[in-house]
Design a protein around this ligand. Structure first.
Ligand SMILES: Nc1ncnc2c1ncn2[C@@H]1O[C@H](COP(=O)(O)OP(=O)(O)OP(=O)(O)O)[C@@H](O)[C@H]1O
Ligand SMILES: [Mg+2]
Length: 307
């Protein structure tokens, strides 16, 4: 969809303006086969607080080699969505299709990388990456060579004999990505994978992920609550809202590729950021407090005020 010719008068619609190159990329993207579909997907939980609708009537189609980010406030159902796609969470209604086939449980066509470090501490990096290959019954020599190639791809070939405790957080997540990719999935699900990293490692990992995505035939569903991360990475951003978890908007990111960190200051990036901010942090209505009051417990000496 190109709105470039419509010249929106309102600045709030500036995020919908696409350069010719960006519009052409989206036209090409939409000609790729649909690899992942959510059809009328709903997911409810019973808890002590009553029934929670984590997801309600989600309908989205994602194309092969698309990089989609999912963003929204805490509790809007992002992780539930990833777990449903992974086949780890039963649905209340609707279904997920991968390559046209309904998902009924976990399968090798979907790999997952979580925020926490999930490597096996007693295995070397090669053995960790081999794990997915071993599950497929592959023999030692070729499996080792392939595991080394995946470690090379994430820039950790030199560390093949190291153990996870010898690595930094960013390096561990790179191994987790290599391990997920080694099993040959069609879809890589990433639930806030860089959320625990410091800002500079996080920026390196974002650049790294884009490089991997360019070189591997993989479709990525990337969950984040960081707006800049979503804009930097995504073709399209699925914005969810909470209670119930519903689609608020599915947005084409107007920032051209290849993406670089210095695009943060560009008008396209800023327009997109402003729009996301308005969706995720709507202005409080006049007179309403901007946060819920906290219960007051005084743990200091009377008179020892800091403000
Ligand atoms: N197993 C469960 N049992 C009961 N309620 C659940 C369960 N899993 C998730 N929920 C509820 O479903 C809603 C969505 O949870 P989910 O973890 O998907 O949110 P999220 O968007 O990933 O949040 P965050 O940004 O904090 O990670 C929340 O209200 C949560 O309390
Ligand atoms: Mg979550």
């Amino acid at each position: 969809m190109s709105l470039a010719s419509q010249n929106p008068s309102s600045l709030d619609l500036a995020y919908r303006v696409q350069s010719e190159a960006v519009a052409a990329r989206f036209t090409k993207l939409h000609t790729r086969p649909v690899i992942l579909q959510a059809e009328h997907l709903s997911c409810e939980f019973d808890s002590e607080r009553g029934r929670v609708t984590a997801l309600r009537d989600i309908n989205v189609s994602i194309h092969r080699r698309e990089l989609m980010c999912v963003i929204g406030p805490s509790g809007c159902g992002k992780s539930t969505f990833a777990r449903v796609i992974a086949g780890l969470q039963p649905v209340s209604a609707g279904r997920i299709l991968v390559d046209g086939q309904p998902v009924n449980g976990p399968g090798p066509d979907r790999g997952m990388v979580f925020q926490g470090y999930t490597l096996f501490p007693w295995l070397t990096l090669t053995q960790n990456v081999r794990f997915g290959l071993d599950m497929q019954g592959r023999s030692d020599g070729p499996a080792d060579r392939e595991a080394r190639q995946w470690l090379d791809l994430v820039g950790l070939g030199k560390f093949h004999d190291s153990y996870p405790h010898q690595l930094s957080g960013g390096m561990k997540q790179r191994v987790a990505i290599a391990r997920a990719l080694a099993a040959g999935p069609k879809i890589l699900l990433m639930d806030e994978p860089f959320g625990a990293l410091d800002p500079s490692t996080r920026a390196q990992m974002q650049a790294h992920l884009l490089e991997i995505w360019r070189n591997v035939d993989i479709t990525i569903v990337f969950i984040t609550h960081d707006m800049d991360e979503a804009i930097l990475l995504a073709d399209r951003i699925l914005v969810l809202k909470a209670n119930p978890g519903e689609v608020q908007e599915f947005i084409e990111v107007p920032v051209p590729r290849p993406r670089r960190l210095d695009q943060f200051a560009t008008p396209e990036f800023q327009a997109m950021r402003k729009h996301l901010d308005s969706l995720i942090h709507p202005a409080p209505s006049a007179g309403a407090p901007d946060h819920a009051p906290l219960p007051f417990i005084r743990l200091t000496q009377a008179g020892d005020d800091v403000e």
